[in-house]
Each structure stands twice: as structure tokens, then as C-alpha cells.
Ligand binder design. Structure first.
Ligand SMILES: [Cu+2]
Length: 165
């Protein structure tokens, strides 16, 4: 049984408030149009294509079925690429281990380096067997993809295409 423990973490995300607006906005629970279940494996997502309509508010229920820590992050390709540098730093600091997140270390280090700990509504970082969720309103025309930015995962295909039609 999967324990429904939510870790709404705490992603080192370099996204500014302005670029967040560019990709949509945090959705409201009472405005959810559709629920999409996302399964994380090592290293891919199911589904690989996410079909939504513009202006819809989607609740993503994300479960990590892999043996590694994974991220589900909704952003532009450019944002993912810059976020990957932050994730690399989290690995170097020893915050992000293969199958674990050292939350205590993250807390400690983030006091000095804020990019190491702020939580963003467009992403969730999950240890194996954990579940999380994102409610996102797709209010922009920007081309988006969902991706995992843990070093090596994006390159190996941990991306889902987001189709707005
Ligand atoms: Cu991953």
C-alpha cells in the first residue's frame, strides 16, 4: 500500500514570479475541471502526453513508483534547463540523494542559499512510494512540458508533452 504522505517540497526553483505568470497560475481546488493521474518511473512519466484545454484547471495526482527521487515540474523547456542547474547543486550539497531527500540538510542550507528551498506551486519533488499533487490553471499560451530535472533524468526522457487544444 502506498501511504498517502504528501511532500509538498521544496524545490530549488529559479523561477521568478514573473515567469510563473507566463506559464499559468496556481489553481483553486474548487475550480478543478479535470484530474490527471501521473505515474513516475525510472526515468519516465505515464502519460507521456497530457491533453488539456486552455484555461482549464487541472489537478495532477502524482505517485512515484520508481526507486529514485523524481520531480514533476510544469514549465517551459527553457525554465527546465535553468532549473536543472539548481538541482545539480542540491545533489552537490548532499540534499538530494538517489532515493532520498535530506530535509534537515535542505532546511539548514537554505538559510544561506534561498534557491535551495522555496516551494513552488508548479512542481512537486517526491521520494519513492510517495504521492503529491499540483493544481494548475493553464491560463497562458506558452508551450509547456512536464519534466523531472534531477540530473540525468530529463536527458533520459523524463518529459511529458502538454497539448493545449
Ligand atoms: Cu526523475
Amino acid at each position: 500500500m502506498y501511504k498517502f504522505i504528501f511532500i509538498f517540497l521544496i524545490i530549488a526553483n529559479v523561477v521568478s514570479a514573473e515567469s510563473i505568470k507566463n506559464i499559468g497560475e496556481k489553481g483553486k481546488i474548487n475550480e478543478v475541471d479535470k484530474i490527471i493521474h501521473v505515474k513516475m518511473y525510472d526515468n519516465y512519466f505515464i502519460p507521456e502526453i497530457i491533453n488539456i484545454k486552455k484555461e482549464q484547471t487541472i489537478k495532477f495526482v502524482v505517485v512515484n513508483y520508481g526507486d529514485l527521487v523524481h520531480e514533476f515540474n510544469i514549465a517551459t523547456k527553457k525554465m527546465h534547463l535553468s532549473h536543472q542547474k539548481e538541482m545539480m547543486k542540491m545533489v552537490e550539497y548532499g540534499i538530494l540523494l538517489g532515493n532520498k531527500i535530506d530535509n534537515q540538510k535542505m532546511k539548514k542550507i537554505s538559510k544561506e542559499d534561498h534557491s535551495m528551498s522555496h516551494s513552488h506551486s508548479n512542481s512537486v519533488l517526491l521520494e519513492p512510494k510517495k504521492q503529491g499533487e499540483i493544481i494548475w490553471k493553464f491560463s497562458s499560451d506558452t508551450v509547456l512540458e512536464a519534466a523531472c530535472n534531477i540530473p540525468g533524468h530529463y536527458e533520459s526522457g523524463m518529459i511529458s508533452k502538454i497539448n493545449k487544444n
